[in-house]
Design a protein around this ligand. Structure first.
Ligand SMILES: Cc1ncc(COP(=O)(O)O)c(C=O)c1O
Length: 391
């Protein structure tokens, strides 16, 4: 008999009932160190007092009003994002997938309104992940995600990762945009080197095409800058954001320049919940914390500490790990053993990690992780590695 919850997830036998900071409490009382943050969502950890206060205060006033009316919390968050980024305008969504939908629509509408309706193609890359909607799976193109779900949304050109010649050759008169994650998350913490991101920006400028960055996983302070592309010193035309921006409340956004957004006039897009008062009350509080330069400096310092300790871990277990990669607190351990086996051993050592493609185990701790918790994380990861070696 089919379970009452549609069985699309393969779940670990863990049931968390509470969380504080970097810790998750299982219903049997065990305390797990959370190096996954709900896959880069709980940027400020679990039950951060400022987020609890923002949510409960707003919940006592007003949960929801339609986007037919002014929403001051939404306006405030948009203003903050515009002030701190390349963007001139923001649309709020409930998830990264919906941000992908709008980014694709916005790029196509841009060219339609500019009198070039033939420009509908979006260039994307192997190993990418942009969500599970029809546009999201068509964009990524991974067989596992698209098989059986056709006909797929047309207009995506899939390119190998890191093949500059293939990319240049793929740009044509029908190209609307390039869509890429500055650091692939699901794809296995594969960072795009800064010079490649600069090269992509130059290619877009030379050919007059739009650059869409998917910062759903790598944005909101995760790499030690507010957004990952800042490391390369370039700006996109359109950017997708989600996960960390809500700190656990479902919230996403599309940020865009005035020019890139010029096709999106009244009535061309909308969302019932996107940017509602509850979500934006939380989002404003996350933004206030994460965009603080002192907070980001701490993320960088702690990232350095974690990285250094992970290099030691890799050196101590050469049969388990191949290396460490990533930026800031978005790190991947490339494995010589099956990632799922290591993640499972981690559960026995009371540490949460997240598997990814390309033989990688992801470490995406809350950005608020402490030095002491980093040390505890290492002892637990070390115990998991030892358990694999002695199995
Ligand atoms: C880079 C990236 N884009 C888009 C998405 C889809 O976001 P959501 O699951 O919030 O719809 C994800 C989710 O993992 C992601 O990592």
């Amino acid at each position: 008999m089919i379970p009452s919850v549609l069985p699309t997830y393969s779940r670990a036998p863990l049931h968390f009932v509470a969380g504080t900071g970097t810790w998750l409490v299982e219903e049997d009382g065990r305390r797990f160190l959370d190096l996954g943050s709900g896959i880069a969502v709980n940027a400020l950890g679990h039950a951060h007092p400022a987020l609890v206060a923002a949510l409960t205060e707003q919940a006592g006033k007003l949960w929801h009003v339609s986007n037919l009316y002014e929403i001051s919390q939404q306006q405030a968050l948009a203003d903050k994002l515009v002030a701190r980024t390349f963007a001139d305008t923001v649309f709020f969504t409930n998830s990264g997938t919906e941000a992908c939908e709008l980014a694709v629509k916005m790029a196509r509408k841009y060219w339609y309104e500019k009198g070039a309706p033939e420009k509908t193609d979006i260039l994307t890359f192997a190993g990418s992940f942009h969500g599970r909607s029809s546009a999201g799976i068509a964009a990524a193109g991974t067989e596992k995600m698209v098989k059986g779900f056709g006909p797929l949304l047309p207009g995506f050109v899939h390119l190998p990762w890191g093949d500059h010649d293939a990319l240049k050759a793929a740009v044509s008169d029908t190209t609307a945009a390039i869509l890429i994650e500055p650091i692939q998350g699901e794809g296995g913490i594969r960072p795009l080197p800064d010079q490649c991101l600069r090269g992509l920006r130059a290619l877009c400028d030379e050919n007059g095409i739009l650059l869409i960055l998917d910062e759903v996983q790598c944005g909101m302070g995760r790499t030690g800058k507010l957004f990952a592309h800042e490391w390369a010193g370039i700006t996109p035309d359109i950017m997708m954001v989600a996960k960390g921006i809500g700190g656990g409340f479902p919230l996403g956004a599309v940020l865009a320049t005035e020019d890139a957004a010029s096709g999106m006039t009244a009535g061309t897009h909308g969302s019932t919940y996107g940017g509602n008062p509850l979500g934006c009350a939380v989002g404003n509080t996350v933004m206030d914390h994460v965009s603080d330069p002192a907070f980001l400096a701490e993320v960088n310092r702690k990232a350095g500490l974690l990285r250094q300790k992970l290099e030691g871990l890799v050196a101590a277990h050469p049969d388990v790990f191949e290396g460490v990669r990533g930026t800031g607190l978005m790190l991947g351990l490339r494995m010589k053993v099956a990632p799922a086996d290591f993640v499972a051993k981690g559960y026995e050592s009371l540490v949460i990690t997240v598997p990814a493609a390309d033989n990688v185990v992801r470490l995406l701790p809350p950005l608020t992780i402490t030095d002491d918790e980093i040390s505890q994380a290492l002892s637990r990861l070390d115990a998991a590695a030892t358990a694999i070696e002695t199995a």
